[in-house]
Structures are given as C-alpha cells and as structure tokens.
Design a protein around this ligand. Structure first.
Ligand code: SF4
Ligand code: SF4
Length: 313
C-alpha cells in the first residue's frame, strides 16, 4: 500500500536523520581524491579506535600475525580468534578475539600503541578509508572508489597533513594486503554478488580451511592426492614447499578455481583417468543392481507376484 504524504515525509525525515548520524561521509572518493588526516602517538585520541570493534581476519592477516607472534595456525586460531562470517554471506571466517574488559579492547593495544603495528590486520590499515573493496561492484566505470569514515572520537581528521587516497593506501600498505588477498576477495565478491547461489557444506568447509589455517592447507596439499590431481610444474611445487607466502598465494588461487572455476589449474591426465574409471564403475554398479532386480522379478512364481500385489508391494 503506498504511503500517504504525511507518512512519506516522516520516512524521509528518518532517513535524513540516520544519514546525519552516520559515520560514513556520503561522498564517493577515487584514488586521486584528497583528504586531510594524521594519526600519531601523542594525539589526544591515541588508540581510542582500538576497542569495541570487529576485525574480520583475512588469510594474509592471519599469515602475518601468526608469524609475528611465532605461533602455528592452530594455536593462533585457538588463542586469538572467534568464529564469524563474511557480512551478507554464509562464508565462515575468523574474527579477532577482543579482550573481555569493559571496552572490549584489542588484545594487541597498549597505552604506547599497537604491539603488532607492522603486521596489523588490513581493517586497521584501511581506517579511516573504508570499503575499498566496493570498487568491484562498480565494474562499469572500472574505477576504484572509496568512502571516508568520520567518527567523533577520531581527531586525525582535524590535522593539516594532506594525502591522496592513493598515497594513504600506499603508506598503510593496504594495496599490498589487497594484492595478497586478491583471489580470496574474488571468491568473497562473487559469493556476495551471486547471493542466491547455495554453497554446499564441502565448499564452506574448504573456504574456512583455506581462509584461516595454512598449516592444515599445507597438509592437505602435500599429504593427500592433491598434487597428482593437477598438472603443476615441479618448480611451483618446490616453491610452495619452501616458501610459506607462495603456498598461501597458490592455495587462494586454487580456492578460487575450485569454488568458481576461475583460474588456470589443469586436472591431470591421471586424475581424469581415475574420474573416468570411477564413473564407469558407478555405471556398472547401477547396471548390476538393475540386472539383479530383473532376475529376481523373473524368478518369481505367479502366486508370489499375486501375494505381493495383495500386500501392496
Ligand atoms: S591490531 Fe593494532 S591497530 Fe588494530 S585494533 Fe589492534 S591495536 Fe589497534
Ligand atoms: S582515533 Fe583516529 S587519530 Fe586517533 S588513534 Fe585512532 S585512527 Fe588515529
């Protein structure tokens, strides 16, 4: 039922009020847009942004943090994360576990600042420029776009230092993080875009493992039939064996391939042959069952058939 004018105006006022309260500045920024901002130890709001927040962890965040802390994937996940999901999707991920103090502070914040600063997650690096990922939704223009988050407690916006968004992102290494997470982000974006597509439990489990537990991924790749299933150059195998970052990049590429068929993985002739044999065996099994059922039916006497009909079989 359409709203009457009074109701319509009331709704519009509500929307306006919400926008006024929003911390998002309603302006579409590009890489060349300018902003004034500075964050430094000594600013009155120092570390005020490090509590009461939700930090979704990307695969590269976990890679950097677990190595910074000298922990295995398993121990890092157990000690520092809680389960979560990518907003608007069923994709399972992990979220940084905040302290249980009144402010719900980040476990890495101290009065002197962030104790893992050079390995801080990408969410901390984006701030106060949010949703750089939105560029992918705007494929028509092909241009990245960003939004500015302006919260009352953040005094960095009152500083005189001027940056382009590009300069700010380079300074914060946001581009590097985006590059490392590129294939993973494509899976997330595709899932968000396709929305209605139901992902099976197997895909969700794979996504979770590849997003969070690199040790388990290593085990999956090197201690299963994985390497026989694809045509992978020996030097690539050597590289991912020796270099954990290469393993991470390779695994995220494969995740994208296996979930959305994007990328250049080639199923090996051996795996194709095995799949063919499996299919043929299944077909044979089906035929045998049918044959047995026919033989059983033919072996019945007319009396047995009548009795079965009476019982409704
Ligand atoms: S990781 Fe560092 S920068 Fe990010 S919220 Fe925690 S203390 Fe702050
Ligand atoms: S609130 Fe803003 S200026 Fe203050 S420490 Fe956090 S990001 Fe920096």
């Amino acid at each position: 039922m359409p709203l009457d004018e009074k109701e319509f105006n009331k709704k519009m006022d509500e929307v306006k009020e919400k926008l006024q309260k929003s911390v998002i500045v309603p302006e579409q920024l590009t890489r060349k847009s300018k902003m004034k901002f500075r964050c430094y130890p000594g600013i009155a709001c120092f570390t005020k942004c490090c509590s009461g927040i939700k930090i979704n962890l990307t695969p590269y965040d976990i890679f950097r943090l677990k190595n910074r802390l000298g922990m295995s994937s398993h121990d890092f996940l157990l000690q520092h994360t809680v389960p979560g999901s990518v907003d608007g999707t069923p994709l399972p991920i992990v979220v940084l576990k905040m302290k249980e103090d009144a402010e719900r502070s980040c476990p890495f914040v101290t009065p002197e600042g962030c104790t893992v600063y050079t390995d801080r997650p990408v969410t901390c690096r984006y701030y106060p420029i949010g949703m750089a990922i939105m560029k992918k939704y705007d494929r028509k223009t092909g241009e990245d776009f960003f939004i500015k988050i302006k919260e009352d407690h953040c005094l960095g916006h009152n500083e005189e230092k001027e940056w382009t968004i590009e300069e700010w992102r380079a300074d914060q290494e946001s581009d590097l993080y985006d590059e490392m997470n590129k294939d993973w982000m494509e899976v997330v974006l595709k899932t968000k875009t396709l929305g209605i597509v139901e992902l099976g439990q197997k895909s969700l489990d794979l996504f979770f493992m590849f997003s969070s537990n690199l040790d388990m991924v290593r085990d999956f790749i090197f201690n299963s039939n994985f390497l026989n299933a694809y045509e992978i150059e020996p030097d690539v195998i050597e590289k991912i064996k020796e270099d954990e970052l290469e393993l991470l990049k390779f695994s995220l590429k494969w995740l994208r391939f296996t979930m959305y068929g994007e990328g250049d993985f080639k199923v090996s002739a051996e795996a194709r042959q095995i799949a063919k044999e499996r299919q043929a065996a299944k077909a044979r099994e089906k035929m045998d069952l049918k044959q047995k059922a026919v033989e059983k039916a033919l072996a019945k006497t007319p009396e047995e058939i009548m009795k079965e009909a009476d019982r409704g079989e």
